[in-house]
Design a binder for this molecule. Sequence first.
Ligand code: PLP
Length: 448
Amino acid sequence: MTHVFHRHLRSVPPVAVSAKGMLIRDEPGKEYLDASGGAAVSSLGHGHPDVLAAMHAQIDKIAYAHSAFFTTDAAEELADTLIAGAPEGMSHVYLVSGGSEAMEAALKMARQYFVEIGQPQRSHFIARRQSYHGNTLGALAVGGNAWRRAPFAPLLVPATHVAPCYPYREKHAGESDAQYGLRLAAELEAAILAQGADRVIAFVAETVGGATAGVLVPVPGYFRAVREVCDRYGVLLILDEVMCGMGRTGTLYASEQEGIVPDIVAIAKGLGGGYQPVGAVLAQRKIVDAMSRGSGFFQHGHTYLGHPVACAAALAVQRVIQRDGLLDKVKSGGEAFGSLLRETFGAHPHAGDIRGRGFFWGIELVKDRDSKTPFDPKLQLHARIKKTAMANGLLCYPFGGTVDGRSGDHVLLAPPYIATAQDLGLIAGRLRASLDEVLAALPAGQAA
Ligand code: PLP
């Protein structure tokens, strides 16, 4: 009997009792190798002594002060650290408690910017199909995952959804990456013009797509073309790096590798590495200046903005990443991890696509590789893989709806940056064994 309103109401998950490094242990003592850091959260693994020490020290000093009354050293130092490593022109950090909160703040910040500069007619967001920006109503409205949106559709503000950058399924035969990127940017431009160029607030995109389509790495040049289109019409570019940011792809911000600078970027997950609920929005100086000259404040706020313990934890996580050179490790280790996944799954008859960057990889599973036909969604292949992998002592992050929000399955891997070559080998091996076990148990004809 449980009184916790769990995610699923017909089963209760195992009780996690302790965790250290790459491992989480449950109540009976079974150990799970954490290959996904939850949902790409645990960048430093579990129980990192430096982060724990920073949190203890902060609690001893001051555990909470409301941001309408005080600032704290922890919030100031975290903001200084983030701005020091941020994309060019970012001047301020808005500190929240998670990814959805960060995206809500980003959307409202963009809207208020235009109100402040005398363009209140801008009221529309454009985002992408198969994106995920969070489960609160604003973030869900811009998100493009059909399954997550469906029950709440009547509550969501209208938004336009253009194509994601999903070469495995949507790049035409004979089309180069450059041509594909330009085609997508032209679709964005057409969507802006269809709304009326002066009515669009922002284009919202995950720099590297995460949970809903299983790691979508943009083709080279796509984001440069997107940036140009946004600039042409005075539309802001909001990047959601909640999952792909803070080193996950080998650079602190995934946008660095695309050679562009966003107007607003949202981060969370790897920011605090799971040690505390924390997220942040970084804004370009022009946005902060407009508010500062205009109404003088951002008309937003939550009780736990800039929570001192969350800030202290995030600061410690970011300091460890810098001190231990973990970005370089993710970059080089990520290449090795990619090669390992290709060795392990490249010839697998049901691994349709293996894609990723740094310590952020997705394997898209298909019934038939030649036709790219997905498995029957009724099989819930992703759920079977998650269950079997857990039974085999592996935590990965499989999800369904990869293709269009309903059909398709993928497995997302996002190991902590501390993972060793031996850990990565274990991850690939246990995932392969789990996948094969699941496929062998499917009803006859389903895996043919
Ligand atoms: N944006 C992206 C890209 C995400 O992957 C997520 C969570 O998975 C969110 C936003 C929402 O973050 P949270 O679950 O912390 O609210």
